[in-house]
Structures are given as structure tokens and as C-alpha cells.
Design a protein around this ligand. Sequence first.
Ligand code: GCO
Ligand code: MG
Length: 402
Amino acid sequence: MRITDAKVIVCSPGRNFVTLKIVTEDGIHGLGDATLNGRELSVASYLTDHVIPLLIGRDARRIEDTWQYLYKGAYWRRGPVTMSAISAVDTALWDIRGKALQTPVYQLLGGASRESVMIYGHANGDTIDDTVAAVGEYLRLGYRAVRAQCGVPGVAHAYGVGRGRLFYEPAEPGQPLETAWSTERYLNIVPPLFERLRHEFGPDVHLLHDAHHRLTPIEGARLGKALEPYHLFWLEDPVPAELQEGFRLIRQHTTTPLAVGEVFDTIFDCHTLIEEQLIDYIRTTVVHAGGISHLRKIASLAELHHVRTGSHGATDLSPVCMAAALHFDLSVHNFGIQEYMRHTAETDRVFPHQYALDQGQMHPGDAPGLGVDIDEALAATYPYSRAYLPVNRKEDGTIHSW
Ligand code: GCO
Ligand code: MG
């Protein structure tokens, strides 16, 4: 089954997405998400200029061999641009394989390990009261797990506080928005937020929080310790993730479960975290960490070390990634939870999909392949529009992790 054609589709139905479409001699096509928020065209070029010429004529069934060919064959390994491109190829080839065999991808990955996939939504508000109301809204929709963020008094544009009630989208056109940061002010507001949430909603709801890489290890340890009485499902990204060893310090001080991995490219970014059991959830994604094939390797290593998965699922991951993530989630034994931020109605129209949400649980559907497509004519009506994620500064003007 030879690959005869491949192309990159860049569109912006509400936000920018990069999609790889691979076509075989049998007329089957597969899709892969290649979106890298704020750097989309670099991946589009990597695919168009360097990867697609290598794909034409290859056997679409050789998924693992193609992965290794693109990874080892480039000599220059890893990095978000390269790995997003490889992820897109891998995802598209799994989609093709499923369609060719007339079976949903999760059936090729060992079949369903559960009936459906638990997701968490994003509740946020300017104040603790607003965030409490937003969490209540998710619970009324049937969610069992909610991430809660709230504004920080004295800090303009605090992370995680969005524009709409069920939507959050940080990338903006124009020059990057400059947001402010104060660790002390932040550490003062988060424990009272969760004290209130537990008080309002009782012990059963799973509560999550994202520190978005802003703390030092000892600050992350302090936050984890302060949150222990409220039994979080997880505390996400307490520190920037480059230094895996930094988590040893956090781990010595707190039993709050830790989750990390949305910016990781490969297993090499997280093997120390996993092998030393420094985290509880690994949050690598299909689109950025090497596709379904590589994510399965990460999950297998994690399974040996009591670490569960928690795939990143922000809106900058397209419905193609979301579909692939759900097939992965349904199949791996050590699944933990899946993030789900709603896409806009325009995005959903451009990417018709089989996956469905019911009472805080999702299922990828039983269509052959991934069960997601792209309406190319509609996509063409939403041209690319440059947008950047914010840049963060401390109160004295020093650049800080966003
Ligand atoms: C999350 C994330 C995202 C990222 C975004 C960056 O946990 O959902 O932290 O919202 O900020 O994916 O592109
Ligand atoms: Mg995050």
C-alpha cells in the first residue's frame, strides 16, 4: 500500500491548526495533527519541505519503520518542530491502517481497556466566587473532574482565566500579550480556592490545578503541602520541566499527586521522572510526543512505575489529535484522565468527528480509523492568522516562564 500523495493544510477556524493529509494508492487518506501553538508554520515547512518528499512511494503499513526513518534518519533528533511533524505522520498512518482494515484504531492497539474515557474540564474565574460557580456548572454537566484556576489579586491577566465560560484560549493576534507574575500573591490565593471548593462540593469531585511551570521546586513543594488537605487529583507543572531532577525535591515534601509532560517531545524528557516515580501522571500528547506509536512506549514505561497517563488536551491540539488521544486513552491499561477543552463551533465544523462527550466521559466512536475528517473547502475559508502565546514578566519586569 504505497503513499502516493501528502499535503499540509493550514487553517484558522477560531484558532490555527496544521493538519497533514496522507493519501495511498488505494485512495485511502489519513490525517495527523501537526499544530505547534505560536510556531505553526515552522512545522508546516518541516513537513512540506523535508518530510513529504520522503513519504511518497513508502509503504503506508510500515508505521514503526517510518517513525524510525524520520527520527533516526534526520540525524538532528527531537525538538518540538521535528517531533510534531513525526507525530503527524505517525497519526495519519494509524488512521490509514484502521481504515484499510475497517476497524477503529483502538482495536489495533489492543482493544478497549475501559468503557469510556474520563475527562476534565477547565473552570476559571476572576475571583474565588466566580471559579466556584464555574466548577458548579461543570458538575451540572455531569463532569466528575474539573481543573480550577482563578485570578490573582494584584496580578494582571493571571494564567488560566479565560474569556468565555466553557472556553479558554490564550493565543492572540499581534505582538505577544505581556502578563504579570507574582509567586507570593499566587501562593496566597490557591490554597483558599481549594479549601472553598472542597467545602462547597464535598469529597467526591476530582479537583485539578495547573501551576503552569511558574514555581521553583521548593515553592512547588510548599504549594503541594498546602493543598494536601484538599486532596487534589493532581497539581500540574509546578516547575519548568527541563530539569527532571528538580522533582526529587518536591516529592520529598508532599503527597499531592504531580502531573507533568505537555511540553515534552519524547520519552527522553520524562524517563527519570517515571523511573524514579517522581510524578504520578505523564501528560505527553499525541501531537507533540511522537504520535500514537511513541506515546504507547511512554505509557508502557510509565505502567512499570505506577505512573498513569493524563494526556494534554488544550484547544491548540486539533480534533485530529483529540480523536487519536481518545483511541490511545481507551486502550492503554494505565490511563489516568484526559484533558478536554472545548473547540469552537467553527473548529468542530471544519473537523467533523465521531468522538462524543456524555456526562464527563468521552468515547472515540467505532468508525474505521480515527473517526475524524477535515472539510478542506471549509478549511480554506479560514486562512492562517499569526498568533502568539503570552509572555510573562515578574513585577520588576524580569522575564518569567509563562
Ligand atoms: C493545559 C495547558 C495549556 C497550554 C497550551 C499552550 O494544561 O491545558 O497548560 O492550556 O497553556 O496548550 O499552547
Ligand atoms: Mg498545563
